[in-house]
Write a protein that binds this ligand. Structure first.
Ligand code: GLC
Length: 446
C-alpha cells in the first residue's frame, strides 16, 4: 500500500470510528482505495470497537493473545496451564493465527489501523517490529524489562525487537531454516546444493519427490530465496549500506538459476504453491527425501501418525558456487503489547510467564520450537527429548536475517513477485533479478 492509500484509509477509519460515516460509504471508499471486499469488511468489523475487558472487583483481567499458527498444540496447552495455575489474576484467551504470515500481517494491519484493542498481546513475525514500532502500534517494553534479564536471551532476536531505542516486543522464540533428510535413504546429508541435487536424482525412485521447500508466493519464499542467495555468497542489500541494493549480482543469478532448475526436476512443478505446512505434511507422509523447513516440523515428524518418525535428521542449509558455508534465514516470533490494549500490565505479566525458563523449556520439548532463552539449548533434558538441539548451535551461529527495514512488507512483496515469476518460468532468472534490483532500489531510496 502506498502512503497516499494509507492516508486515505486512515481518514475513513477516523470518520467511521467517530460515527461520521455510514458503514456502506466506508465499504465503498475502502474498495475504491484498493482493499478487497473481504479485507474492507474485516476492517469495518475491527473499527467496531474494543472487546478487551478489564478486571475489577477481584475478577481476573482477560488478556487476548493472538499467536502465530501453531499446529503442535503447544500454545493452547501452555495457556491452559497458565490459566489453571497462575496467581496473577490474569486469564488468557488464545487465538490461533493463519498458516501464512502475510495473512497475519493483514489481520494486524486492519486491527491496528482501526485502533482496536480487541487483541492485547500480538505475536509478530521477526521482520515486522520496525514497522509496528514506527507506526506507534506497540508498547515500549524498555522500562518493564530490565536489561540484566534481557541479557539471558539470544542477542539476535532482542536486536530484531529493538527499533529507534525502543523495545517493541519480547522474543518468544527464534526460528532458523534447516534441511531435513531421510537418513534411511541417504547415509550422509548433502553439504552443497550440487550434492543435494545429485542425491535427489539418484534416489528418485524411492519417494514421490526429491526436494520440497516453500515456493509459493508469500513470506516463506523470501526466506527460502535468501538462504540460497546467501549460500552462494550474495545479498539483497549491501551489508554496509542499507540504501544500496545488490541482489542482481553473479551470485544472485547463480542462486536463482539453481532454484529454478529444481522446479519440475527434483521438486514438483507444483512446488510454486507449497508453504511450510504442505511441505511438512508431504514429508511426514514419506513423500520426500529432502525438505527445507523450520524446527517445528521435527517434533511433528517424530510424533505418532508420522510415517517418517525416527527415520530423518536435520542438517545445516547447503551452499553453492565458490562459497563454503550455508546460512539459515533467521525467523521467529515476538510478543508485543498492542498500543490500543486496555490491559497493558496484565499483558506484560503473561509475556513474562512465556519468557520464563519453565515456559521456554516447554516450547522446546513439546513443540521443538527454538526458544529465545539461551540456557535452554544446553539443557540435558531438552537435548535428550528433542535431539535436534544437539545440532543447532553452529547453525544458529551462521544464520543471517532478512533485510531489516521499516518498509519491510513492501520490500518483501517486491521480492516475492519477481522470484516467483522466475520459478514459474514466466521470466528468466537474469530478467527477474534485473527487475527486482531496480524496483527495490526505488523503494529503499525513498
Ligand atoms: C516462520 C518464521 C517467520 C517467517 C515465516 C515465513 O514462521 O518464524 O519468521 O517469516 O516462517 O513463512
Amino acid at each position: 500500500m502506498v502512503p497516499e492509500q494509507r492516508e486515505a484509509l486512515d481518514e475513513i477509519i477516523v470518520k467511521i470510528r467517530a460515527g461520521r460515516m455510514t458503514r456502506r460509504t466506508f465499504l465503498e471508499r475502502a474498495v475504491a482505495i484498493g482493499l478487497s471486499t473481504t479485507v474492507a469488511g474485516s476492517l469495518l468489523e475491527a473499527c467496531g470497537g474494543s472487546s478487551g475487558t478489564s478486571g475489577g472487583g477481584g475478577q481476573a483481567t482477560n488478556v487476548v493473545w493472538q499467536s502465530e499458527n501453531d499446529t503442535s498444540g503447544t500454545y493452547p496447552a501452555m495457556v491452559d496451564t497458565y490459566n489453571k495455575t497462575n496467581k496473577d489474576n490474569v486469564h488468557v484467551t488464545w487465538r490461533n493465527g493463519p498458516s501464512n504470515t502475510d495473512q497475519m500481517l493483514t489481520l494486524y494491519d486492519n486491527t491496528l489501523r482501526a485502533r482496536s484493542g480487541n487483541i492485547d498481546v500480538m505475536s509478530i513475525d521477526v521482520v515486522y517490529p520496525a514497522e509496528f514500532s514506527s507506526n506507534g502500534w506497540t508498547v515500549d517494553l524498555s522500562s518493564k524489562w530490565p536489561a540484566s534479564d534481557r541479557a539471558n536471551y539470544l542477542p539476535g532476536p532482542i536486536k530484531s525487537c529493538t527499533y529507534n531505542g525502543q523495545i517493541a516486543a519480547a522474543p518468544l522464540r527464534t526460528d532458523l531454516g534447516v534441511l531435513y533428510y531421510r537418513k534411511d535413504i541417504v547415509s550422509t546429508p548433502p553439504t552443497t546444493f550440487n550434492d543435494l541435487t545429485s542425491m535427489a536424482k539418484s534416489n528418485a525412485s524411492k519417494t514421490k519427490y526429491g526436494y520440497i521447500w516453500q515456493g509459493s508466493q508469500y513470506e516463506g519464499l523470501v526466506c527460502d530465496f535468501v538462504e540460497v542467495l546467501y549460500g552462494y555468497g550474495g545479498a539483497i542489500l549491501d551489508p554496509t549500506n542499507s540504501k544500496k541494493v545488490v541482489v542482481n549480482s553473479p551470485e544472485g543469478v547463480q542462486a536463482l538459476t539453481e532454484m529454478v532448475s529444481w522446479v519440475g526436476t527434483i521438486s514438483p512443478i507444483s512446488i510454486t504453491t507449497f508453504n511450510e505446512e504442505q511441505c511438512r505434511q508431504a514429508f511426514q507422509n514419506g513423500d520426500a527425501i529432502f525438505m527445507r523447513n523450520w524446527p517445528y516440523a521435527y517434533a511433528l515428524g517424530n510424533a505418532s501418525g508420522s510415517k517418517v518418525a525416527g527415520k530423518f535428521d536435520i542438517h545445516s542449509i547447503p551452499y553453492g558456487g565458490s562459497n563454503t558455508t550455508g546460512h539459515s534465514a533467521v525467523g521467529g516470533w515476538n510478543m508485543a503489547i498492542n498500543a490500543y490494549s486496555k490491559n497493558t500490565d496484565a499483558s506484560w505479566t503473561f509475556i513474562k510467564y512465556m519468557l520464563s525458563a519453565p515456559a521456554q523449556k516447554v516450547l522446546a520439548i513439546k513443540g521443538s520450537f527454538t526458544p529465545a532463552l539461551k540456557s535452554v539449548y544446553n539443557d540435558p533434558e531438552v537435548q535428550s527429548k528433542q535431539p535436534l538441539f544437539t545440532k543447532l548451535q553452529p547453525i544458529l551461529q551462521n544464520a543471517l536475517p532478512r533485510p531489516v527495514s521499516p518498509v519491510y512488507p513492501d520490500l518483501s512483496n517486491i521480492v516475492q513477485t519477481h522470484i516467483h515469476q522466475a520459478l514459474t518460468k514466466s521470466v528468466s532468472p537474469a530478467d527477474a533479478l534485473s527487475a527486482l534490483q531496480s524496483e527495490l532500489q526505488t523503494l529503499v531510496s525513498k
